[in-house]
Design a protein around this ligand. Sequence first.
Ligand SMILES: Cc1cc2nc3c(=O)[nH]c(=O)nc-3n(C[C@H](O)[C@H](O)[C@H](O)COP(=O)(O)OP(=O)(O)OC[C@H]3O[C@@H](n4cnc5c(N)ncnc54)[C@H](O)[C@@H]3O)c2cc1C
Ligand code: FES
Length: 281
Amino acid sequence: MKPSRPATRSALGRVTANALVSSAFLRLDLELDQPFTFLPGQFVMVNEPGPRSWTFSRPFSILAGAGTSLSLLYRVVGRGTAAMASLPRGAAMQVLGPLGEPFPAPVEGSTAVLLGGGVGLPPVFAWRERWGGPRDRAFFGARDGGEVPWEMLGNSWGISVDRAEGVPPGRGAFTGVVTALAAAEAGLAPGDNGVVYACGPAPLLKAAARLARAQGWRCWVSLEEHMGCGYGVCKGCVVPVREGNGIRNATCCFEGPVFDAANLPDLGDPSVLPGTAGGAA
Ligand SMILES: Cc1cc2nc3c(=O)[nH]c(=O)nc-3n(C[C@H](O)[C@H](O)[C@H](O)COP(=O)(O)OP(=O)(O)OC[C@H]3O[C@@H](n4cnc5c(N)ncnc54)[C@H](O)[C@@H]3O)c2cc1C
Ligand code: FES
């Protein structure tokens, strides 16, 4: 059964910490003016309040949250994230959330295979923190060793890197894509009840869906489409989803960002309907 979504609130946050946790990722910790609950896979829309506000709020998956604290993990890619990176301790942030459909909770007797790529880490990290068990397997892929938030991940995540530079002495990393590492090391046999939970760039999601199909596992993915409003109104985030015998557009922000990979023709299900983008796996 799907957990019901916590109520969405608009809150004012104050920055308590905002610092690099690797060469490429910053962690933003906020203290909110009201308690906040979320489910793994949900996100928030953030903005600066007042005259410094951006035209559009920006979506970020929730890394962690408890009571009045909320944490995000982000990479600087443009104007909004550059502004975020310059926020000092005590600066204000407007937060709307939690938003979107979360990842499902674990199914009795299943083994989770968690796959995070780059700043797609937060939703799968949050899943593991909330629901992870001893049988579950977690894998994180980065461009190089410097990008990996080693301290945050501890020793229990399998790490893959595109380039081996920056891997600290005493730590190991597989060179190659994170799905290849998961296929080699997840330790599940075909037919075992594996469930993939993945977030990252499109090639990772396609490979995750392919891995799950090959193994007969269920696969849930969290998409990071461009978003305007974050709550289903602007229709700027639609993605094609399979429904019955057809394809329809779903709002990624409200019906997702988490979807069953089998319902996303863009992820390359071979049973995709003719005339869609599904053959690209
Ligand atoms: C549900 C959801 C969860 C997300 N979670 C995270 C997260 O945990 N950490 C994180 O760092 N980022 C996350 N993102 C992406 C994040 O929202 C964008 O990086 C951010 O909005 C960029 O804002 P900007 O003003 O810095 O960049 P802009 O100036 O708006 O854009 C700069 C560049 O980034 C590209 N870009 C902008 N938004 C996206 C996007 N959604 N996907 C891919 N490319 C984009 C633009 O095309 C452009 O090339 C998430 C997105 C979604 C939809
Ligand atoms: S971002 Fe506006 S409808 Fe999804």
